[in-house]
Design a protein around this ligand. Structure first.
Ligand code: FEO
Length: 171
């Protein structure tokens, strides 16, 4: 049985992961508008990962006999000034999510919920990768500084990311 405090916090995390998917889908739309289909493919995969994260929390709550409460998903930002501005926001957002995961771990330890603490360790590790992959693209974009040739090359590279599952992607 889940403690009500951790149950509420985990339900809020389902919402935060779904919002992450929304935010990255907004970036997919933004990149498609710019004609950067490789960036859009990369962000589609990222959004898919967030849906998987949300379902991991969802399934864990169910498995522990908890009660799911689906909260309203906030409307994400839709426009950015440049590809690097979007990726900087993605990186910042991942840092925010890392902070949330750390808070969840602290709460699990505080109430001596070892099972939840253990489940969260997967996310602790995942967030290292999540931050690193967004930051890597920020660094590359900073390096090419809006030069069309550089953006084109990064677009090609990002377009090679293999999606988790098949979804319609605008080519
Ligand atoms: Fe679910 Fe990108 O953290």
């Amino acid at each position: 049985m889940l403690d009500s405090k951790i149950q509420n916090a985990l339900n809020e995390q389902v919402n935060a992961e779904m919002f992450s998917a929304y935010l990255y889908l907004a970036m997919v739309a933004y990149f498609n508008d710019l004609g950067l289909s490789g960036f859009a493919v990369w962000m589609t995969s990222q959004a898919q990962e967030e849906m998987v994260h949300a379902m991991k929390f969802f399934n864990y709550i169910v498995e522990r006999g908890g009660r799911i409460e689906l909260l309203q998903i906030e409307k994400p930002q839709a426009e950015w000034d440049s590809p690097i501005a979007a990726f900087q926001d993605a990186y910042k957002h991942e840092q925010y999510i890392t902070g949330r995961i750390n808070d969840l771990v602290n709460l699990a330890i505080e109430i001596k919920d070892h099972a939840t603490n253990q489940m969260l360790q997967w996310f602790v590790e995942e967030q290292v990768e999540e931050e690193a992959s967004a930051d890597e693209v920020v660094q590359k974009l900073a390096y090419v500084q809006d030069a069309p040739g550089g953006i084109y090359m990064i677009d090609k590279e990002l377009g090679a990311r293999v999606p988790l599952f098949t979804m319609p992607v605008r080519e």
